[in-house]
Write a protein that binds this ligand. Structure first.
Ligand code: G2H
Length: 256
């Protein structure tokens, strides 16, 4: 099974459009065409930086992908403050994050809304990076696998096999974000492996084999190799470490 590794840099609410341009230029300069072919490198800036990233990437070899951190479940209309999948696609985005734990926590996004957003992303030709993950309480009760599988089921409801192959799943244990507790590569593999099993059960083996599953939560250049050595981990969703061009480039060069 040949799944191309994906490194996606989630900038969260950081960097203005000047800084965004600088970071993309730096990334492009630090990675060769071969490295960018072997490993897919994607940046996920705030909406206000997307046009600037598009321009920076266009001037380059167009090998760095980009996308939004969220999208509206609606196509257009009276939804003040929202951004549609069509708007992202028009700006050249190919990816969009859906259901990040920070959206679930601060914006009360539930599985039904996440499902609508995944559907909207696919309808606009965007690859959704669907985030799932458990909090500390669930982990301590050892309910993390069913919890993540429930989130997965909810988010993929109503999708065809063909649509599911286009989804990227990102497992991010919420307890490993900003708590000082770190997930081990084995913790990452446990859930990523169970997610793939669930995809086999709900869809089929061929479908499950095509889905890329990422790990997210304090990924750095110093721990990426051990995470990528896990059989069901196909890449990483990187937050803090993606704000430094050289560090993120190092993560993308992990096979070396
Ligand atoms: C988890 C992750 C990326 P960080 O939210 O989405 O962030 O790498 O900073 O833990």
């Amino acid at each position: 099974i040949n799944r191309r590794p994906l490194m996606a840099g989630n900038w969260k609410m950081n960097l203005n459009h000047f800084e965004a341009n600088g970071l993309v230029q730096k990334l492009a300069a630090s990675l060769t065409e071969k490295q960018l072919t072997d490993v897919e490198c994607v940046v996920l800036p705030p909406f206000t930086d997307l046009r600037s990233v598009q321009t920076a990437v266009d001037g380059d070899k167009v090998l760095i992908g980009y996308g939004g951190q969220d999208l509206s479940p609606y196509q257009s209309g009276a939804y003040t403050g929202d951004i549609s999948g069509a708007m992202l696609a028009k700006l050249g985005c190919t990816y969009v994050v859906v259901g990040h734990s920070e959206r679930r926590q601060y914006h009360h996004e539930d599985d039904a809304l996440v499902n609508d957003k995944v559907t909207a992303a696919l309808a606009n030709g965007l690859t959704p990076i669907l985030c799932i993950g458990e909090g500390l309480e669930v982990r301590e009760q050892l309910r993390h696998v069913p919890h993540c599988c429930d989130q997965l089921d909810g988010a993929l409801r109503g999708l065809t096999h063909e649509q599911v192959t286009k989804v990227v799943v990102a497992y991010e244990p919420v307890w490993a974000i900003g708590t000082g507790k770190t997930a081990t590569p084995e913790d990452a593999q446990e859930v990523c492996g169970e997610v793939r099993k669930r995809l086999v059960e709900t869809f089929d083996q061929t479908t499950a084999d095509q889905v890329r599953i990422l790990y997210g939560g304090s990924v750095k250049s110093s721990n990426i190799a051990s995470i990528m050595a896990q059989p069901d981990v196909d890449g990483a969703l990187v937050g803090g470490a993606s704000l430094d061009g050289e560090e993120f480039a190092k993560i993308c060069r992990f096979p070396e």
